[in-house]
Design a protein around this ligand. Structure first.
Ligand code: 26Q
Length: 821
């Protein structure tokens, strides 16, 4: 029990039980006989929150007294999921709570299901932020997460007649037991207006921004409990509110309705999370969201700094480091310059030095369409002073470029923060590289490509600035809490400190050939599959054979992730079985979970196609003993926690060079799934760890993809040369899967032929098909598969987010731990 060493907290069953009943009475206003599961959830959360807040006070006091350097993790997204089970585990209270509730006649599993997911993120980037703040607290690093308190998180997905429907995510409708509202820390930020040029006492030019609107930021704190319950850091999320400031005139003039309209506009800022839709880029509200949380967070940091250091800026960069999670908060760079130059009246060079020693930037994508650009005109309208500052930063930067590459105007055009297109655009990636002291990619291959392809000239200009920190995941949520059977088995064999020292899992390697352990390991997998099968039945009505291979692809729907490659292969198997009923294959259930951005038409068609193919195959008695296809609606953190422990196979099949890292790949392998994947992102490092015998690698490499596209890739070559490819694509074009509605799935075939197949699905099909045959062969040999699965779990030590955080600390943040009592 990791927490039996917190003396001042009573972590006994008796105390927990009393606290739950007390909250049931005094907080919920109900009693043991009337309470439903939701009331028990609220009461149990309140009981845990008492412990959380006790440790939070101690942590904050200690950080204050020690005047610690801290990392400030700026992220537009934190995909936290549920917190109750996690917080119980981190206090070492899970079993105690389970027993206590049982004595009260309540099943903890049902109670945990009452908690809505905190889905304030789209996918990988948001979940990464959540894993990182978990590790920071666990390892006693002073840290604070800063983000947006969205009223609506990522949309809830329903499937109607096979198609995705988006519904609002009312995650706070019945309150959030974890968050603390902090009106004493409200900040105000400015928007719109104009800039006045003035002359100071010494005749120097001074700029004054006269804003057109002021908005309040109200912070909500979510405590982040480290494993062991010692350090409790916070995630501070800003909610926008009308300041009431500028509305008074209108109000006095009798313009009540207009004043109210301005309130509504201010409160729109934190209303809804943008669902990661490249086609929606350039929306003014999204820019305002980014500035809103960045500016509130900076003010908060500066207020705290000034409390200890007054107006002396000289120690700012000793105390503060800000990590920018992608370019979404990059507007913080000119905002800090504005504060230092216009408000604190520092000279430009001193301000710039502070700035450049404060920020570090993580890049998560190479896809050109995903690199953030804002129209200069829009920034000018919303943040007129910031545009001036950006121009000034750029002007000084370009003279550095001139020194390094005299007369090279092409180079200047390429590196400039400003893209001089028809409409001038501000390149947030360039701004971030210039304004940060460190830039990292998120897996070895990705960081190499950031240096070689995305920012090669910046790498030459700033040697050493560009670096790698391979992503990681927290083993507390992604093994200990989500897979209790496997966790107990592991702890029985190698002791129970692996959640803090994940490399200890390697001790399981010696058991990989041990028959008894293999049986125990595969029995656990079987139980997890049985449980998922029940869930599938409940959610979709589909019955699946739990002896079949559970083959899982879970991730956002995107062409580069190639769910349609998986689908083409399923169609190929379907055809093979129809042509030859004795076709040799172990039964397999293909399970998908994915949300498509609402405006991404082809992604939605792929979801529709998966569901239509599923309907047909699952109902076809000629094949449905061999293959089933399941699309689980509303994929989210809490659903991932149920799917991952049950996976035999992990599909990681992106076009090489496109998936920056992936983190689901790590979660699945950690839980004993075997990867079928391309040499992309962190798959490469997973392969290095588990060895080539324990992973199914296929497909074109990055170099081969580059060569193929350079010599002019033509998907028709594959269409005409491979009968199976032709047959399945033509099949999609018929009305076989959409009876009476021919053409509904044609956009898919279209994209892979006339559309040029931009993600090389056809080029990788054959190799994928062969890898699937190798996989099927391997599964037939139970002993071999068990050994491979065990080795996958055993070799995942590298991918704990604790290691990622130690990498950030040593390479970038330079933090010291601050243990709490
Ligand atoms: C952009 C413009 C407007 C609105 C939203 C956005 C937006 C929002 C979210 C753009 C991108 C994202 C998220 C990106 C993301 O999740 N990237 C993933 O990050 C993971 C963590 O590093 C990697 O493992 C994945 O490879 C990468 O795809």
């Amino acid at each position: 029990n990791p927490v039996s060493t917190i003396p001042e907290l009573d972590l006994s069953k008796k105390a927990f039980k009393e606290a739950v009943v007390r909250h049931l009475h005094s907080t919920l206003g109900t009693d043991e006989n009337k309470a439903n599961n939701h009331a028990w959830f609220k009461a149990a959360s309140a009981a845990i929150q008492e412990l959380v807040l006790n440790r939070l006070r101690k942590t904050q006091k200690s950080h204050y007294l020690n005047d610690t350097r801290a990392v400030h993790y700026f992220s537009a997204e934190f995909l936290m999921g549920r917190l109750l089970s996690n917080n119980m585990h981190n206090f070492g209270l899970f079993e105690t709570a389970q027993a206590a509730l049982q004595e009260l006649g309540v099943d903890l599993t049902d109670v945990l299901e009452e908690e809505p997911d905190m889905a304030l993120g789209n996918g990988g980037l948001g979940r990464l932020a959540a894993c990182y703040i978990d590790s920071l607290a666990t390892m006693d690093y002073p840290a604070i997460g800063y983000g947006i308190h969205y009223e609506y998180g990522l949309f809830r997905q329903e499937i109607k007649n096979g198609a995705q429907i988006e519904r609002p995510d009312n995650w706070r409708d019945y309150g959030n037991p974890w968050e603390i509202c902090r009106p004493e820390s409200i900040q105000e930020i400015s928007l719109y207006g104009y800039v006045e040029t003035k002359y100071g006492k010494k005749g120097q030019i001074q700029k004054e921004w006269h804003p057109g609107a002021i908005v309040k930021g109200l912070p909500w704190d979510i405590p982040v409990v480290g494993y062991g319950g010692k350090t409790v850091n916070v995630l501070r999320l800003w909610e926008s509110q009308a300041s009431g400031y500028f509305n008074w005139d209108v109000f006095n003039a009798g313009g009540y309705v207009d004043a109210e309209r301005e309130n509504v506009e201010a409160e729109t800022i934190s209303k809804v999370l943008y669902p990661n839709d490249e086609t929606e880029a350039g929306k003014e509200l999204r820019l305002i969201q980014q500035y809103f949380f960045s500016a509130c967070s900076l003010k908060d940091i500066i207020r705290r700094y000034k409390r200890a250091h007054g107006d002396d800026w000289s120690r700012f960069t000793d105390q503060v480091v800000i990590q920018l999670n992608d370019t979404h908060p990059a507007i913080a760079i000119p905002e800090l310059m504005r504060i230092l130059v216009d408000r604190a009246e520092l000279d430009w060079d001193s301000a710039w030095e502070i700035c450049q020693n404060t920020f570090a930037y993580t890049n998560h994508t190479l896809l050109p369409e995903a690199l953030e650009k804002w129209p200069a005109r829009m920034i000018e309208k919303v943040l007129p002073r910031h545009l001036e500052i950006i121009y000034e930063i750029n002007h000084r930067f370009l003279s550095e470029v001139e020194k390094k590459w005299p007369g090279d105007n092409l180079m200047k055009a390429k590196l400039s923060i400003i893209e001089e297109s028809n409409e001038k655009m501000v390149r947030m990636g360039n701004l971030s590289v210039i304004g940060a002291f460190a830039v990292n990619g998120v897996a070895e291959i990705h960081s190499r490509l950031v240096k070689q392809n995305l920012f090669p000239e910046f790498d030459a200009l700033y040697p050493g600035k560009l670096t790698n920190v391979t992503n990681g995941i927290t083993p507390r949520r992604w093994l200990k809490a989500c897979n209790p059977l496997l966790s107990d088995l592991i702890s029985k064999k190698i002791g129970n400190d692996w959640p803090l020292h994940l490399s200890k899992l390697d001790d399981l390697s010696t058991l990989a050939d041990n028959k008894t352990f293999q049986n125990a390991f595969m029995r656990v997998k079987q139980k997890n599959k049985d449980a998922l099968a029940k869930e599938i039945k409940q959610l979709t009505g589909i019955s699946v054979d739990t002896k079949a291979i559970f083959d899982i692809q879970i991730k956002r729907l995107h062409e580069y992730k190639r769910q349609h490659l998986n689908l083409l292969h399923i169609l190929a198997l379907y055809r093979r079985l129809l042509e030859n009923p004795d076709y040799e294959m172990h039964p397999r259930v293909f399970i998908f979970g994915a949300k498509a951005a609402p405006g991404y038409a082809l992604a939605k068609t792929i979801i529709y196609a998966i569901n239509k193919v599923a309907d047909k195959i699952n109902a076809d008695v000629r094949v449905n003993q061999k293959i089933k296809v399941v699309f689980l609606p509303n994929y989210r953190v809490s659903l991932a926690e149920k799917m991952i422990p049950a996976a035999d196979v992990s599909q990681q099949i992106s076009t090489a060079g496109k998936e920056a890292s992936g983190t689901g790949n790590m979660k699945l392998a950690l839980n004993g799934a075997l990867t079928i994947g391309t040499l992309d992102g962190a798959n490469i490092e997973i392969a290095e760890e588990v060895g080539d015998d324990n992973i199914f690698i296929f497909g074109n490499t990055v170099e081969q993809v580059e060569a193929l596209t350079a010599r002019g890739y033509n998907p028709y070559d594959y269409y005409y040369n491979n009968k199976e490819i032709k047959a399945v694509l033509d099949w999609l074009d018929s009305d076989y899967f959409t009876p009476g509605q021919p053409g509904e799935l044609s956009p898919l075939k279209q994209s892979m032929l006339d559309g040029g197949d931009p993600y090389l699905v056809l080029a990788d099909f054959e190799s994928y098909s062969e890898a699937n045959i190798r996989l099927d062969e391997a599964y037939k040999d139970k002993t071999r598969w068990a050994k491979m699965a065990i080795l996958n779990t055993a070799k995942m030590g590298k991918f704990t987010s604790d290691r990622s955080i130690e990498d950030y600390v040593s390479k970038i943040w330079k933090l010291e731990k601050c243990g709490i009592e």
